[in-house]
Structure formats: structure tokens, C-alpha cells
Design a protein around this ligand. Structure first.
Ligand SMILES: Nc1ncnc2c1ncn2[C@@H]1O[C@H](COP(=O)(O)OP(=O)(O)OP(=O)(O)O)[C@@H](O)[C@H]1O
Length: 221
């Protein structure tokens, strides 16, 4: 008889090993439950961003990959990147400068099966949730760094990701802004029960994330 695989919520990296030039760059075997953050630390060049590329689906062909990536019990590492429902947040907000804040947000909803009015309402509600009400029509060039980071967060969450990859998302912000952005990101991760991976060089970020910390060894060589 065929038994279905038991449903396991969250993000599982099952015996994942990334190779480069015939050597293992990074190996990891972890599970992140919904609403929890796993922090990945390690020296520059240890493969942290490459791990994100593998999970999100933009791994360069110079690398090899072994193991499995499962999201809510289903394997995603062979799935087309746009179908993986993995959200990314980088240190740069990367907003399109020729569009308003609102248009940048609606862009994340382009493929959603909803009417224009509902999409606009969802974007406005998300802007409010990240503390930027009334910014829908603003030109991104007029935003502060902290505001742009919040718009980027809103855009990522509007796409309703089922896992979040946070690659140094606070490193461009000064200390007070960094703390408030961090609080906002981690509360939203809990509130929406999204499993998240955080890459940071900052011990305080790692502790604020409240989850386990994986230290990646520098590649042998
Ligand atoms: N397209 C590529 N082809 C070959 N090697 C690459 C490629 N991209 C990255 N690398 C190498 O792979 C290794 C891992 O890089 P990666 O960017 O994942 O490290 P990282 O841990 O994220 O570093 P940092 O903390 O500086 O962001 C590095 O040695 C890098 O030079």
C-alpha cells in the first residue's frame, strides 16, 4: 500500500551539501518549524548566500547540490523557482525607482488571483502593518533607509511566502533602526507562522532572532 509522506510543517534542509570545485562548501541538516528563525553565521565565503540560492532556486551551475529541501513536507528543490513560495529579503531594499511605493507593492501581487481593488487594499493594509500608512503614492527616492527596508519587507510578505530567507537584512541600518526593523521582522515571522532562515554577521541579530544558531565552518582548503 502507498502511504502518503507524513505532513511536516516548516522548512527542512535534509542532508543538504553544496559542493564547489569537487569539495564540500557547506553541509547542513536542520528543520525550522513555522514561526521560528534559524540563524546561520560563518565567515565570508563559507557559502551562506549560496545556501539561499539553492533554496530559492538561483544556484549557479558552478555548484553541485545534494540532499533535499522540503517545505511543509513537500520537496521544492526541483520545483520551478517561481512556484516555491520562498520570500527573500536582502540588505538593500531594491525598490524599483520608477514606480511609486504602492506600485512596487502591487508588483508582488501581479500573479495573485484577485481584483485590482482588493490588491490595492491588501498593499495598503500591509504598508500600515509595517508602520508606513499613507505612503502608497510616495516616490521611493524620498524614503529614508529604514522606510525603504520596511517597504521591501511589505513587498516580500505580500507575496505570501511559506518560508523566508533573510540575507543580512538589517546590516545597512543604524542601531536604533536596526532594533526596530528586527523586532518587526521577527514579530511578523511569528504572527504569520513562517519558517525563516537568517544570515548575519551580527551576534545581537542572532540573539534577537531567538532561535538556534548554526555556525558554518570556513571551507577547508
Ligand atoms: N558563481 C560562482 N561561481 C564560482 N564560485 C562562486 C560563485 N559565487 C560564489 N562563489 C564562491 O563560493 C563561495 C561561497 O560564496 P557565498 O557568497 O555563498 O559566501 P557567503 O558565506 O555568503 O559570504 P559573505 O558572508 O561574504 O556574503 C565563495 O568562495 C565564492 O567566491
Amino acid at each position: 500500500m502507498n502511504h502518503p509522506r507524513p505532513h511536516e510543517p516548516g522548512l527542512r534542509l535534509k542532508n543538504v551539501a553544496i559542493g564547489l570545485d569537487g569539495r564540500t562548501l557547506l553541509a547542513i541538516d536542520r528543520h525550522i518549524p513555522p514561526g521560528h528563525v534559524l540563524t546561520v553565521m560563518g565567515p565570508s565565503g563559507s557559502g551562506k548566500s549560496t545556501l539561499f540560492a539553492l533554496i530559492a532556486g538561483f544556484l549557479d551551475s558552478a555548484f553541485t547540490a545534494e540532499g533535499e529541501v522540503l517545505l511543509d513536507g513537500a520537496r521544492i528543490d526541483r520545483t520551478r523557482p517561481e512556484k516555491r513560495a520562498v520570500g527573500l529579503l536582502f540588505q538593500d531594499a531594491l525598490l524599483y525607482p520608477h514606480m511609486s511605493v504602492g506600485a512596487n507593492l502591487l508588483f508582488a501581487l501581479t500573479f495573485a488571483l484577485r481584483g485590482a481593488r482588493e490588491r490595492r487594499a491588501a498593499a495598503a493594509a500591509m504598508l500600515e502593518r509595517v508602520g508606513l500608512p499613507d505612503m502608497f503614492d510616495r516616490d521611493p527616492a524620498t524614503l529614508s533607509g529604514g522606510q525603504a527596508a520596511r517597504v521591501a519587507l511589505a513587498r516580500t510578505l505580500l507575496a505570501r511566502p511559506r518560508a523566508l530567507l533573510l540575507d543580512e537584512p538589517f546590516s545597512r541600518l543604524d542601531a536604533p533602526l536596526r532594533r526596530s526593523m528586527r523586532d518587526l521582522v521577527f514579530s511578523l515571522v511569528r504572527e504569520r507562522a513562517i519558517p525563516a532562515l537568517l544570515v548575519t554577521h551580527d551576534r545581537e541579530d542572532a540573539e534577537a532572532a531567538g532561535g538556534p544558531i548554526v555556525e558554518i565552518e570556513p571551507p577547508a582548503g
